[in-house]
Design a protein around this ligand. Structure first.
Ligand code: ZN
Ligand code: MN
Length: 263
């Protein structure tokens, strides 16, 4: 494997054009700028999927495109809600069209293998719609052989790891917003961005099994004021490494399988 950068934007266009011949897998991290409680920075949903993409790309000779940094509006039951200062979101239409346009552009370049690394659950269906529109558009232009994966990296958590990370029982991915997984992975990868002295002490979020709008603290009495939906007291560097390494290994294997790579 060459020692070239995995960062597409750091290459010159001619080296990039030459690389297209080898059909590298292109990773597009899709994030959000969203509050993650008082102890975590607002870039968790971009930095984690991007760094997983970078490690997988190194393993397989792939490329990482610049992230789509902003995401769809934070929802109370999955991200605290869009009413927190700092949480900065796009409309659904903007997310769909950004994904559609960027995937279509890579297809136009000649790339045929893409992975959309999804770090923010509110984006999921809009990413899927964007992929669908891009593939339709490319087919119209006579390009019918592009293959795209959408990966929610956290879905690569094994049952064994789940037992180690949440010995008292796994809450649920929505309630894990700013919880043990994100806090542990950030402690492992970016301890300088985590302040454990600010871990919120409030009780876990309690929601009705329905949504209420407008989103206000008055309408959502069970929403923790801290913005963290669950306690991250059990977060550790070791758990962060366990999960991060498991995600990189699992996604590397999945990408090799789906694209039939000879590594
Ligand atoms: Zn998050
Ligand atoms: Mn999020």
């Amino acid at each position: 494997m060459s020692s070239r950068t995995v960062h597409m934007e750091q290459m010159n266009w001619m080296d990039y054009a030459a690389l297209i011949e080898t059909q590298p897998v292109v990773f597009l991290p899709v994030g959000a700028l969203e509050q993650h409680g008082p102890h975590l920075p607002m870039n968790c949903d971009e930095i984690i999927p991007r760094e997983i993409s970078e490690e997988v790309a190194k393993n397989i000779g792939g490329l990482v495109a610049p992230s789509l940094y902003y995401g769809y509006k934070s929802q109370p039951r999955t991200g605290g809600g869009n009413h927190f200062p700092g949480t900065t979101s796009l409309s659904a239409e903007a997310v769909i069209k950004s994904v559609r346009d960027v995937v279509t552009e890579f297809g136009r370049h000649g790339m045929r293998r893409m992975v959309l690394m999804d770090g923010h659950s509110e984006n999921t269906m809009f990413i899927i719609e964007g992929i669908d529109l891009a593939l339709t558009e490319l087919r119209r232009e006579g390009i019918g052989d592009m293959k795209v994966l959408r990966i929610g990296y956290y879905e690569f958590t094994s049952p064994e790891t789940e037992k180690v990370v949440w010995p008292d029982g796994f809450p649920s991915w929505p309630l894990e917003h700013a919880g043990v997984m994100e806090t542990s992975v950030m402690l492992y990868r970016h301890p300088e961005l985590v302040d454990l002295s600010k871990l919120p002490k409030d009780t876990p979020a309690e929601f009705e099994p329905y949504d209420v709008y407008p989103v206000t603290f008055e309408n959502l009495p069970g929403l923790p004021r801290s913005g963290a939906l669950n306690s991250a007291n059990l977060a550790t560097v070791e758990k962060g490494k366990l999960m991060f390494d498991e995600y990189v290994a699992g996604i590397t294997a999945a990408v090799i399988k789906e694209f039939g790579l000879q590594i």
